[in-house]
Design a protein around this ligand. Structure first.
Ligand SMILES: C[C@H](C(=O)SCCNC(=O)CCNC(=O)[C@H](O)C(C)(C)COP(=O)(O)OP(=O)(O)OC[C@H]1O[C@@H](n2cnc3c(N)ncnc32)[C@H](O)[C@@H]1OP(=O)(O)O)[C@@H](O)C(=O)O
Ligand SMILES: [Mg+2]
Length: 351
């Protein structure tokens, strides 16, 4: 497989384009909140919502009707100017239409040329392989040069095709712009020919049955996680590339408990955040993707017990060593980031 040399990997792909980042900005992105930019009533909520979430995403793709794509794009550009995104620290992202769609070129060119100074991340849907990232990378570099941007716009890929799944490691490594990858459970289920119409979560048919009983009594069965392999492989690909993995949408808006469980599974498997499709999912993501106060306190005890991160210690009957020190560091560092943005959790972590 042809690879760029390490030195060329970080070269701008257009004369005048900003230098690609060698280190990603360290941010909390517990929820990526989707906004339909063409709906005036929802778009008007952005200035009020922005301080309460980690990321606002102007969605131009699925869920935006074909005859509203131009209005959504114009709404996204309006959203870029509705809040001081770079100054106040809430991420401003946009999900553009697929690279083979009639809307991709206008989405990307108008966003970069008219909103590039405020835009942090372009979310690329239905990514099939590293070639999609390479194409978008150079195209955006040309536009950044034309717009005179001084900070590169990052990419976030959605893992939602079978081919993309089989190449997820190469996608994660395809550009210095890569900031993260989200699972897209609906498109991926369709492409895999999974027999479910649900958007994330479990399915009552996906179970394991215990062995038959001698007395013929009913055999217990337990529902299993449809997404375990997919999320775990996505996490490995992302962490190998030094980027973050995210759980995507949970479509059953009315089932808050199942949404929380799906988010919690993703958090425990290493995901940094999830999409919130509706206001009632924002606090769930905030609660789940912020480390638990008791876990934070225990993690800080591990770090205190082994100041240089080596050796062995016993805490509450549990063996701690170099490896658990690293696990504790993940939780403690995340807690520091969350505490800087969330005074309630800062108090919970320090009382
Ligand atoms: C499948 C994967 C995807 O593509 S997921 C991403 C695409 N889908 C979306 O972006 C959906 C975004 N959400 C919505 O459009 C709406 O939430 C809804 C249509 C699901 C429900 O809207 P509605 O019926 O209006 O809900 P409520 O009446 O309960 O609304 C109460 C209140 O909240 C306001 N509202 C609704 N949604 C939002 C929002 N996203 N942000 C801010 N405010 C919102 C609504 O206007 C009401 O306000 P009011 O009280 O002032 O009237 C795919 O990629 C894959 O998996 O492959
Ligand atoms: Mg999708």
């Amino acid at each position: 497989m042809s690879q760029k040399t390490p030195r060329n990997f970080f070269k701008p792909l257009a004369i005048g384009a900003p230098e690609p980042m060698r280190d990603l900005p360290v941010k909390i992105e517990r929820m990526i909140h989707f906004v339909p930019p063409h709906l005036d009533k929802v778009r008007a909520k952005v200035p009020d919502m922005a301080p309460k979430v980690d990321v606002i995403l102007a969605n131009l793709e699925d869920a935006i009707p074909a005859d509203a794509k131009d209005a959504a794009r114009a709404g996204a550009i309006e959203m870029a100017n509705m809040y001081d995104w770079q100054g106040k620290g809430t991420g401003f992202w946009s999900r553009v239409n697929p690279l083979n769609s009639p809307w991709f070129q206008d989405d990307v060119s108008e966003l970069v040329l008219k909103a590039g100074h405020q835009l942090d991340v372009i979310m690329l849907p239905k990514v099939e392989g590293p070639w999609d990232i390479h194409f978008a990378d150079q195209y955006v570099a040309q536009l950044e040069a034309k717009a005179g941007l001084t900070r590169p716009i990052l990419f976030h890929a959605i893992l939602e095709t079978a081919q993309g799944m089989s190449l997820v490691e190469e996608i994660a490594l395809a550009s210095p712009r890569m900031q993260g990858i989200s699972l897209g459970p609906a498109d991926l289920a369709a492409d895999r020919k999974m027999k479910t119409t649900r958007v994330g979560g479990g399915h009552p048919f996906y179970r394991v049955l215990e062995d038959p009983h001698a007395d013929g009594s009913e055999r217990a069965s337990v529902q299993q996680d449809l997404w375990h392999y997919t999320i775990a492989r996505m996490v490995d690909a992302c962490r190998m590339a030094g980027i973050n993995a995210f759980y995507g949408p949970f479509g059953d808006i009315s089932d808050l408990d199942a949404c929380e469980q799906q988010f919690r599974n993703a958090f425990l498997l290493g995901c940094a955040g999830a999409w919130s499709l509706h206001p009632n999912q924002i606090d769930i993501a905030k609660r789940v993707f912020s480390p638990d106060p008791d876990e934070v306190k225990f993690a800080r005890r591990i770090l205190e017990a082994m100041p240089d991160g080596t050796g062995v210690a016993m805490l509450d009957g549990k063996m701690q060593d170099d490896a658990t020190w690293k696990q504790a560091k993940v939780i403690a560092d995340l807690a520091d980031l969350v505490a800087a943005k969330d005074p309630d959790l800062a108090a919970a972590y320090n009382n």
